[in-house]
Design a protein around this ligand. Structure first.
Ligand code: CA
Ligand code: CA
Ligand code: CA
Ligand code: CA
Length: 229
């Protein structure tokens, strides 16, 4: 059994290579909730810009909960391997909540697989940091930069009562009113909008652009080819 929970070993007799993945949070004040990364067929996507979010991505983007995304990958014949980082990756140079600003793990991939990942921007209504279907390097290392996207499933109120309470512990400052839950239904975007580049923190509620905002890219992802299995 491969790390991170994988399924069937060597699909169609394709060679499987082990890759080391390092994700670095480049922001000054925007923690990432647990990121899920995967190696899979180019015929499926965790998310796509311009398409509607899946139910699993909606839950991830609004609550930070990666498990519905994990469930879509488990046992999926088009998925060679996946990894749930399982903990936040906090802002660069910080250890808020006792967490790191970097995560490193491995994935197994065939030469035909693509890499993707997604995780909630923890101090947003429905923002994710993500990469959609990108080729693995055949050898050596490849550096990718991850951007922020709006899942299109929650209005960007930026009010603490609409944001997950861990935002206060994981972020640069405690938000007014926390802990006060995380409203979803009353701020649902209806109809849902396509996933788009995130407009950023605008400062209309309890968030402050200079503290919680970011310049793109949000994360650096280094993929290093290792041994052939
Ligand atoms: Ca939104
Ligand atoms: Ca919410
Ligand atoms: Ca809250
Ligand atoms: Ca929603």
């Amino acid at each position: 059994v491969l790390a991170g929970g994988l399924l069937a070993g060597c699909p169609n007799g394709m060679p499987v290579m082990t890759y080391t993945i390092t994700i670095e949070n480049l922001t000054a004040g925007q923690p990432f909730a647990p990121i899920v990364a995967a190696a899979h067929s180019n015929s499926i996507h965790l998310f796509r810009v311009g398409a509607l979010a899946s139910d699993a991505i909606e839950i991830m983007a609004e609550q930070g909960n990666p498990m519905p995304v994990v469930e879509t990958l488990e046992g999926n014949a088009l998925v060679t391997s996946f990894h749930n980082v399982g903990m936040p990756i906090v802002a660069m140079g910080t250890n808020n909540g006792g967490f790191s600003d970097t995560a490193t793990f491995t994935l197994e991939a065939t030469p035909l697989d693509v890499f993707s990942m997604a995780g909630m921007l923890a101090i947003t209504n429905d923002g994710i940091v993500g990469i959609d279907n990108t080729a693995f390097p055949l050898s050596g290392s490849k550096v990718l930069y991850a951007l922020g996207y709006d899942a299109g499933t929650e209005d960007n109120t930026e009010n603490s009562e609409d944001l997950g309470d861990p935002a206060s512990e994981l972020g640069p400052v405690a938000l007014d009113g926390d802990p006060n839950g995380n409203e979803e239904a009353a701020v649902n975007t209806n109809p849902a909008q396509p996933i788009m580049l995130h407009p950023g923190i605008l400062g209309g509620g309890d968030l402050t652009p200079e503290i919680h905002g970011w310049p793109e890219p949000l994360a650096r992802v280094t993929i290093t080819a290792g041994t052939v299995q």
